[in-house]
Design a protein around this ligand. Structure first.
Ligand code: GLC
Ligand code: CA
Length: 608
């Protein structure tokens, strides 16, 4: 049964009775911030891509961990939601020291997730349903259980096997100190010393084991991208997955592969995500590439080579067959981020500046304008994203005080978000986001308004940062909770046995899919309406201009399709309700008040 459409009539049409702004109905559209794409723009310039976190989406065999047969069975849900593609976090062979971002075999599936046949079945089913599939490529590091790393340990210092990784002599008198002062993103030093074995595993000078670089966990040794064998191997891995029929890859830690020559000292804490939401602070932060391990110019050559591999996979050059790369690159400023999406490099890069924007109209306006401007400069589509498997879910994050320190995960003792405010803002943020031109990423469960779980028992936590920070940072498990499908089924329909690798917190029950489908005003129906209307009005390929005439605390744009249809996007962050421009209300993230848009609410209006 198809659910009822969310009825915009319920929130009422603009009555014009509100006085907070001077003359919204005369609101003028100003200069174009971004010109529209043509009607035949390639799919990835406007696609909405849904991130599946395989451990937690659907569990086919009931062992408590999601898997590929589970994904395949639930794919029709994504078709009905109205997204264009899915991106899956890693499902490759892995000891799961970092939930699969520690890959031991890039060409096989971890038994926890299934088999290569299951992957093929998933790809075939997605194709049948008209969904494209993007996989996750993890090139910065392998697992320490990868055969290359095992060979490196066995072969000893100075060997070609060790040269695929970054092994160095220790510092200090007897070589017992790390080679430099770099810190791991997961806390602690970025170096691990190998045990001195009985074999020749000894450094000639020091007689002590060498150290290897691990920017993440010690079970994730960094590869040496100066080594041509490493380069060839990843091109081959890319071909392997393209031949199996994937439509592209999301590239993990894309800004980390090349390190500055000589590995110069760097004392700063390494964080992927700047943990301040920055309001009121003057952002004096250094550009990312000041750090010798991030955003070094040499990475671009690697992506140019990959682009060629992708183009070989689409020999006719039919845009419908384009295969894409999306960079996970925590790079500032945006001017440097867009270098990753120059015409001969990747197609997209995640827009983390948008994700981390403070919840103020000025910040949102600025980041949207700047993102479009900079991406247009290189001819790339801008992406938009609010949540993923590494950050506090936006339904909770936006409920933390604006301008506060942004914690890495939530626990019982830290700051607690206001969940009502958080959900209201999350719905408004997504309403704005899905009205913007470009490509948008959704993270599983955000369409249900799922909050972060602050209730993961500490003894069940798995994020390596929890251990490496000596239990001071809870980390990311709380955004990785198994999905809520059916309120009254075992494990909320995640499987049929009731097992779940992390417990689902109480609020997930009433947010389950079956509690929201067809329910007017539910978050799920809001997402469906947004996705359907975005498609109907070609917003993904539209042009964008500012809509003038509103107070400063209102974010207002007009998205103009190539056929001239215009949709106003209005988000009110001010305390007073504002009148909407005249036109047909397409969708609103919350109820209007006497026809006006209240605080923390967004709406789309089809202009006459
Ligand atoms: C990326 C992933 C994250 C992982 C890290 C190391 O940031 O998104 O989950 O822990 O890379 O691979
Ligand atoms: Ca399973």
């Amino acid at each position: 049964m198809r659910p009822k459409r969310f009825d915009p009539g319920r929130v009422g049409h603009h009555t014009g009775a509100v006085t907070t702004i001077s003359s919204p109905t005369n609101a003028a559209q100003s200069l174009l911030l971004h010109s529209p794409d043509g009607p035949d723009a390639a799919w990835w310039r406007h696609a909405v891509i849904y991130q599946v976190y395989p451990r937690s989406w659907a569990d086919g065999n009931g062992d408590g961990i999601g898997d590929l047969p589970g994904v395949t069975a639930r794919l029709p849900y994504l078709r009905d939601l109205g997204v264009d593609a899915l991106w899956l976090s890693p499902f490759y062979t892995s000891p799961q020291a970092d939930a699969g971002y520690d890959v031991a075999d890039y060409r096989d599936i971890d038994p926890v997730f299934g088999t290569l046949r299951d992957a093929d079945a998933m790809l075939a089913r997605a194709k049948e349903l008209g969904l494209r599939v993007i996989v996750d490529l993890v090139p910065n590091h392998t697992s320490d259980e990868h055969e290359w790393f095992q060979a490196a340990l066995a072969a000893g210092p100075g060997s070609p096997e060790r040269d695929r990784y970054i092994f160095r002599k220790g510092s200090g008198q007897d070589g017992n100190e790390p080679p430099n002062n770099w810190k791991s993103v997961f806390r602690g030093p970025a170096w691990t010393q190998v045990e001195v074995g009985e074999t020749d595993d000894q450094d000639a000078a020091t007689k002590l084991g060498q150290w290897y670089l691990n920017l993440f966990d010690s079970k994730q040794p960094d590869l040496n991208w100066e080594n041509p064998e490493v380069r060839a191997e990843f091109e081959s891995i890319l071909r392997f997955w393209l031949e199996r029929g994937v439509d592209g890859a999301r590239v993990d830690v894309a800004h980390g592969l090349v390190k500055r020559k000589g590995l110069p000292a760097w004392d700063e804490d390494n964080v992927m995500i700047d943990d301040h939401d920055g309001e009121g602070e003057t952002k004096a932060s250094l550009p990312t590439n000041a750090a010798p391990m991030w955003d070094q110019d040499g990475v671009h050559e690697i992506y140019r080579a990959w682009r060629r591999v992708l183009e070989e996979a689409n020999p006719t050059g039919d845009p419908a067959q384009d295969k894409i790369l999306c960079a996970e690159a925590w790079v500032e400023p945006i001017e440097r981020l867009v270098d990753y999406t120059r015409p001969d490099e990747m197609h997209q890069a995640f827009n983390f500046a948008f994700l981390t924007s403070p919840w103020t109209a000025t910040d949102l306006r600025d980041v949207i304008g700047e993102s479009l401007l900079e991406n247009d400069r290189v001819g790339a589509p801008t992406t938009w994203v609010m949540s993923n498997h590494d950050v506090i879910r936006h339904a909770s994050r936006l409920g933390l005080p604006v301008g506060s320190h942004r914690p890495n995960g939530l626990g019982p003792d830290g700051p607690q978000p206001d969940l009502e405010v958080g959900l209201r803002r999350a719905r408004a943020a997504t309403t704005l986001m899905l009205g913007l031109p470009g490509s948008a990423y959704l993270y599983q469960g955000e369409e249900l308004g799922l909050p972060e779980s602050a209730e993961v028992p500490d003894d069940m936590r798995q994020d390596p940062v929890w251990f490496r920070s000596n239990h001071t940072e809870r980390g990311r498990d709380g955004c990785r909770i198994p999905m809520a499908w059916e309120a009254d089924a075992p494990a909320l329909g995640f499987n049929t046995t009731g097992e779940a690798w992390l417990p689902q917190p109480a609020p997930y029950r009433e947010l389950a899919v079956d509690q929201q489908v067809g329910v007017e005003g539910s978050t799920l129906e809001l997402y469906r309406t947004l996705l359907a209307s975005r498609r109907e009005h070609d917003l993904g390929t539209g042009g964008l201009s500012a809509l003038e005439g509103f107070d400063d605390d209102v974010v207002a744009f007009v998205n103009e399709a190539h056929d001239g249809a215009r949709v106003a996007l209005v988000l009110n962050l001010g305390a007073e309700p504002v009148a909407l421009p005249d036109g047909e209300l397409v969708v609103a993230s919350g109820d209007l008040v006497a026809g006006a848009l209240p605080c923390d609410t967004a709406a789309w209006v089809l202009l006459p």
